[in-house]
Design a protein. Structure first.
Length: 133
């Protein structure tokens, strides 16, 4: 799905992920739902704060394969690549990717193949409790 590159867009994306995971058999209070929702919150906040290009939206994709959930957030800013760093001890920001790194089983960044921008993705291994075909 596509969302406006605003705090409201990031909030709606996070809520959509939580609802979709619940529909797929990962209840709201389950570790998988809470973890993927938190990862989504961090990635979408970064897309809004660091990947924002006026007039451009960010894209969100959630996939489930046997044994894993993967969330991808794509923005249109290619020159700002995310990397976890050591945040300022008194700072109010700079910890998002450290959380993603701690919570996800794997994560990374890939350039968009057909347009400017990048996709930041995170994967969580979980028991397969997928959608009903």
């Amino acid at each position: 799905m596509r969302f406006t590159s605003t705090p409201r867009g990031a909030r709606l994306a996070r809520r959509l992920i939580s609802h979709r995971l619940n529909e797929w058999g990962h209840p709201y209070a389950s570790p998988a739902n809470e973890t993927v929702t938190l990862i989504t919150a961090e990635l979408t906040a970064n897309a809004v704060r660091h990947g924002h290009v006026p007039g451009r939206d960010f894209h969100l994709r959630l996939t489930e394969t046997e044994g894993s959930l993967q969330v991808e957030v794509t923005d249109t800013r290619a020159e700002k690549l995310p990397s976890p760093g050591i945040p300022c001890p008194d700072g109010e920001s700079g910890r998002g990717l450290l959380l993603v790194e701690a919570l996800a089983d794997d994560w990374g960044v890939a350039p968009r193949p057909t347009a400017p921008g990048k996709t930041v993705w995170a994967q969580l291994r979980t028991p397969a409790v997928g959608r009903t075909p």
